[in-house]
Design a protein around this ligand. Structure first.
Ligand code: ADP
Ligand code: ASP
Ligand code: MG
Length: 838
């Protein structure tokens, strides 16, 4: 007699659930909480590891040895750190560290080989990338053991069998069923928890394959199927399966229950939350699957099963596949000819190109379908080959490709037989002025898909989500839209002052919370918001020179790691506020792509190469995010705001001129009134108006950056040319050590005196002026008439003058304090409140 077998529970932990030792500890607690039921654990690689491994492989194959070695060292250190923290007894720890060392030694050797070969095949790529899952499985197995749960690492190749399609293998169900039962059942019978690396399988030859990105979801369902599991829990960084991607639609909601067919449709059409084929193994199996929040293990998340019937709302959720290409085969000779569609798809099938949307006009004049952008070229070639005779006979015109489109799938079982759904989708899109490129509806009426331009994809999803009132779907809410979570990047003088202001904002319309503070050393994250008192204490500690990483509750991390960590949490309408002076472009891109709006006081990312600042705006558009940066031009003065008000009211801005440096304004004002340069500069330094090295102000570089930002607003297409900014530091003084420069300031007095006197003799005064038009940009010292708006400037004030079509003979002037942490922090706060809609 066999002992009665209890059906096991398969738990899969996603990358975010294994981000570091603390997360691994929580995963152990979850497993322990479900014991003693028989348990199988599947793991994905630690967050970011798969991407890092792929990057290493690509870099090595391009010969970028240093970059690859750096990434390898980083990954190795990260895994070692986690291992040191989770492993228990000395022997177990030594074994774990040895297996980590072996994986990374092999990786280094593989990278060296690739450097010589310069050829990265999918087979090699699989071999490299699969170690991410092996490493995390070893870590979790050791952590479970250390936590008193008997566990055993099981090689994925022993249980998951696939075909030989490297990089994107398909499972062989029958062989997987047999292998998984043979290997896992004896362990389960002894109460041992098998820990299986997800994402990996073995080809018939025994060689290692991977199941495609997100493949560990599929590993979990394959094992559940083989073992006749009682249930599958996929622990993820989201509260469940949501009505839409929360990074794109901020008021997406958890769907408490969905039918397997609905979930499969969403996954297949791009919802990143599930591997596209993860649900196929469970078809007809009555094994419920739950998408559950790792951050909140008590919450039920979403149940996906075949028991769930249609609910009140016809549409349940949306998903989007971006970076698609639309291919059209068209020609008059196609009419009534049988087999064109069949041949089209057979030709694609033969190359394993998967098509996500198909539509054919009833005139049969054209067939149109979408494929992922990278596959477009091959798909076109396949069809040109297949139809070469028809093309030669002019029955088919050719194959047209339109890249850069997105497919949006609107899914719900309740749509079947409900009239007006398609009309609802179209009118939602029309209300946003969004053009529909193509449409398809499956005969099941479970899914309506529309193709739109990629740049419209985010707005399209928000419009459809709102039109079908998906925010009303029952169950827990993901986000409480009344809350706005602020993440401070940079905690210098402006950052600290801003924190103080934020703590005092009382606006019922938008509860602002500072959830994280990041500096170069690390970050502090508090999902419920840092209290005013806590922020004040942090500011005081930072003021005393302590790095954030050294404060209680904080972690050491690079800003990239900090943002990756923070954006994996379910934040509510998050805003990243950049108050650094660093080159944060890549970080800001990362934040936009993870669904954050941006407020910048930092000029650097907007005043670098045009391609980089354009990229940020482009990313913001494609993710439906907003960027505000009022303080990058005139601190608290409403310069950019005024520009948009003019434009919105139909005016055209021809030129903007400004005195945009409080420091230089102060200096020149003092000299125009008779003070010596050396004296005026020392006074400016004593008042704290200058940078630590006043030559940073005198060089005009900062004004140059402000001018460039203003110029780009007007459409100025260029870069900051070296000659465009006049430096007030004579060449001989540029290289001096700071001390010597300051000692010898008096030497600069006579030439300044001469310049001021010459201007005065002409009835003029000296000003440092930036001037931009859509076509030109210049920054430098100018003699201005005593009647000019610039002449009357006092102290450290800024003045900005708009010449527009309406304000041409009498330009619009804005004057006021344009520098200093207090006005800047207030300006940043204004931008935040604007985004918060308060
Ligand atoms: P795992 O850690 O298990 O690999 P993933 O990162 O692959 O999990 O999937 C979760 C991510 O999927 C979320 O961070 C979320 O941004 C994204 N996502 C896209 N569409 C949805 C959706 N409809 N519901 C939930 N998450 C979604
Ligand atoms: N680690 C793999 C990936 O990032 C597989 C997975 O997470 O499921 O795609
Ligand atoms: Mg995944």
């Amino acid at each position: 007699m066999f002992p009665a077998r209890r059906a096991p529970h398969v738990h899969k932990f996603g990358g975010a659930s294994l981000a570091d030792a603390a997360a691994i500890g929580r995963a152990v607690a979850i497993v322990r909480g479900h014991r003693p039921e028989p348990t199988v654990v599947v793991v994905s690689a630690m967050a970011g590891t798969t991407d890092a491994l792929l990057a290493i492989a690509a870099q090595a194959a391009r010969g970028e040895e240093r970059a690859a070695a750096g990434l390898i060292a980083e990954l190795r250190a990260r895994h070692r750190r986690a291992a040191e923290a989770v492993a228990g007894a000395r022997r177990a720890r030594a074994a774990l560290l040895a297996s980590i060392a072996a994986e990374f030694d092999e990786l280094a050797a593989l990278a060296a080989g690739l450097r010589l070969l310069r050829d990265l095949t999918p087979r090699t790529s699989d071999f490299i990338v699969a170690r991410g899952e092996r490493l995390s499985a070893r870590l979790l197995a050791a952590a479970l053991e250390a936590g008193g749960v008997p566990a055993r690492y099981v090689a994925a190749e022993e249980v998951i069998r696939t075909d030989a399609h490297f990089g994107h293998a398909s499972p062989d169900y029958a062989r997987t069923d047999r292998a998984a039962r043979r290997v896992l059942r004896p362990l389960l019978a002894r109460g041992v928890v098998p820990v299986v690396p997800g994402f990996i399988g073995a080809a018939p030859s025994g060689e290692l394959t991977t199941l495609g990105r997100g493949g560990s979801d599929l590993t979990a369902t394959l094992l559940a199927r083989a073992l006749g599991a009682a249930r599958v829990s996929l622990w993820k960084d989201v509260p469940g399966l949501l009505t839409a991607d929360p990074r794109v639609v901020p008021d997406a909601r958890v769907i408490p229950a969905v039918h397997t067919r609905e979930a499969a449709e969403l996954a297949y059409y791009g919802a990143k939350v599930l591997h596209p084929r993860a649900l196929i193994p469970l078809a007809g199996r009555k094994i419920p699957l739950h998408v559950r929040p790792f951050a909140d293990p008590a919450s039920p998340g979403t149940e996906i099963s075949e028991r769930v019937g249609a609910t009140g709302l016809p549409v349940k959720a949306l998903s989007a596949a971006t970076h698609q290409a639309l291919l059209t085969v068209a020609g008059n000779g196609m009419l009534g000819v049988p087999g064109i569609a069949a041949r089209t798809f057979a030709a694609l099938q033969a190359r394993r190109l998967s098509v996500s949307l198909i539509s054919q006009a009833s005139s049969e004049h054209s067939i149109c379908f979408s494929v992922p952008e990278p596959a477009a070229r091959e798909a076109r070639a396949a069809l040109l080959q297949e139809f070469r005779e028809e093309i030669a006979r002019r029955e088919i015109d050719g194959v047209e490709v339109r890249p850069g489109v997105a497919t949006i799938a609107v899914v719900g079982l309740g749509m079947a037989g409900t009239p007006g759904i398609a009309a609802g989708v179209f009118s939602a899109l029309a209300s946003g002025g969004i053009n529909v490129v193509a449409i398809a509806q499956g005969s099941s009426e479970l899914n309506i898909s529309v193709v739109v331009d990629g740049r419209d994809a985010a707005e399209a999803q928000r419009r459809i989500h709102a039109a079908f009132q998906l925010a009303r779907i029952g169950g827990g809410t993901v986000t409480r839209p009344e809350r706005v979570d602020v993440v401070l990047l940079g905690f210098g003088r402006i950052g600290r002052m801003l924190a103080g202001l934020l703590a005092r904002v009382r606006r019922p319309q938008a509860a602002l919370r500072v959830v994280a503070v990041i500096d170069r050393s690390g970050f502090l994250f508090e999902p419920h918001g840092l209290s005013g008192r806590r922020l004040a204490a942090l500011a005081a500690a930072k003021e005393r020179g302590r790095a954030i990483a050294r404060l209680a509750g904080a972690r050491a991390a690079t800003p990239e790691e900090a943002i990756a960590f923070i954006t994996r949490r379910a934040l509510s309408r998050p805003i990243l506020v950049d108050v650094t002076a660093d080159d944060t472009g890549p970080l800001l891109a990362q934040a936009l792509a993870s669904g954050m709006d941006l407020v910048l006081a930092n000029k650097v990312p907007l005043a670098g190469p045009k391609a980089e600042s354009d990229r940020l705006h482009e990313l913001a558009r494609s993710y439906g995010r907003r960027i505000r940066h009022e303080t990058t031009v005139g601190a608290g003065l409403p310069v950019i705001d005024t520009y948009y008000k003019l434009i919105d009211s139909g005016d055209r801005v021809l030129k903007i001129e400004g005195c945009l440096s409080g420091t230089l304004g102060f200096l020149l004002d003092a000299m125009n009134r008779g003070r010596r340069f050396s004296e005026a500069l020392r006074a400016a330094m004593a008042k704290g108006y200058t940078e630590p090295d006043p030559r940073d102000d005198l060089s005009g570089a900062d004004v140059g950056r402000k001018a460039l930002i203003l110029g780009r607003l007007l459409g100025y297409p260029g870069e900051l040319r070296p000659g465009a900014v006049e430096s007030l530091v004579p060449p001989a003084a540029r290289a001096l050590p700071l001390g010597e420069f300051l000692e010898r300031l008096e030497e600069l007095d006579p030439p300044w005196q001469a310049r001021v006197a010459a201007a005065a003799a002409r009835g003029r005064v000296l000003r440092y002026v930036a001037s931009v038009t859509p076509r030109s940009l210049s920054v430098g010292l100018r003699e201005v008439d005593r009647l000019s708006p610039f002449a009357g400037l006092k102290g450290a004030d800024n003045t900005v003058v708009f010449t527009t079509r309406r304000y041409r003979s009498n330009p619009l002037v804005i004057t006021g304090p344009g520098a200093g942490p207090a006005v800047t922090a207030a300006g940043v706060l204004n931008d935040i409140l604007r985004l918060a809609g308060a």
